[in-house]
Each structure stands twice: as structure tokens, then as C-alpha cells.
Design a protein around this ligand. Structure first.
Ligand SMILES: [Zn+2]
Length: 149
């Protein structure tokens, strides 16, 4: 049976939960090509004292160096609407589709991504929203820092 959008979003949520368990910000991502997960990651800014390891960046880094054409067959699943940095990376590598868990607690430049031809699917996931809402309530400063505020 082919894995579905829900299965891949679930894998991204598992990554977010892993991040939370490590004391990090609960955002996860997976990169899918030909129906298979080829990279997964979660936000590790706090864990790694990193300036750039948002979930999507960690996921792409973990997928390793790929031929440019491989990205054109990929879908990026992320639990939260991608920020300017992660959206820029999607555009740089020409990833054509992004599936977004939720865009209520944060909303990146979605209209710009669409204007550049990226197909976005919004899942409005209660699970994703609950993870972020609980984190932001407890750690507002860490969250502000993550989005450059
Ligand atoms: Zn980001």
C-alpha cells in the first residue's frame, strides 16, 4: 500500500515530538521522494546552539547532498508553515510541493512560495497546533528567538 499524505505528516509530527523530548522546539519535517522518506529532521537550534537548524533545514541536511534533479521529485512535509529561510531553501533547490501541518501559530511567506510556483497543501492539524501552542505558552522567548523577533 502506498503511504499517504497523512502518514508522512505523522512522520513529521514524530520528529517534532522527538525535538520536544530533547528540550527543543517541537517542529518536525520529512522529505519524500517516490513515496519514500529520504530525509527527516526536527528543529535543533537549542540542542545544537545553531543559528539555522530549523526542522526543514535539519531535514534537508540529513538527506545529504542530492543531485539537483532529485529535489524536483520531492515533497517536503513540515509541521509548521516554513519561515523565510526555509522557504528560500525550498526555492533554491526547486522543491515543487510543501505539505504544511498548520499555519495558525506562525505563517511564513506562503503567498510568495505560491507565486514562485510551489504547490502548498495546508492540513490544519490539531496535533501540530497543540504542540506549538503548548510550547509557545511555556517558552515565549525561545520561540521569539527562533523566528528572529
Ligand atoms: Zn524555518
Amino acid at each position: 500500500m502506498m503511504a499517504s499524505t497523512g502518514d508522512f505528516l505523522h512522520a513529521a509530527i514524530e520528529e517534532a515530538q522527538k525535538g520536544l523530548a530533547e528540550g527543543g522546539i517541537p517542529i518536525g519535517a520529512v522529505l519524500v521522494r517516490d513515496g519514500k522518506i529520504i530525509g527527516r529532521g526536527h528543529n535543533r537550534r537549542i540542542q545544537k546552539n545553531s543559528s539555522i537548524l530549523h526542522a526543514e533545514m535539519d531535514c534537508l541536511e540529513n538527506a545529504g547532498r542530492l543531485p539537483s534533479r532529485h529535489y524536483r521529485d520531492c515533497t517536503l512535509y513540515t509541521t509548521l508553515s516554513p519561515c523565510d529561510m526555509c522557504s528560500g531553501t525550498v526555492l533554491l533547490y526547486g522543491i515543487p510541493r510543501v505539505v504544511i501541518g498548520e499555519n495558525v501559530t506562525f505563517r511564513g511567506p506562503e503567498d510568495y512560495l505560491r507565486s514562485r510556483g510551489v504547490e502548498l497543501t495546508l492540513c490544519d492539524s490539531g496535533e501540530c497546533k497543540a504542540l506549538m501552542t503548548a510550547f509557545i505558552d511555556k517558552h515565549r522567548e525561545l520561540w521569539r528567538e527562533d523566528i528572529g523577533e
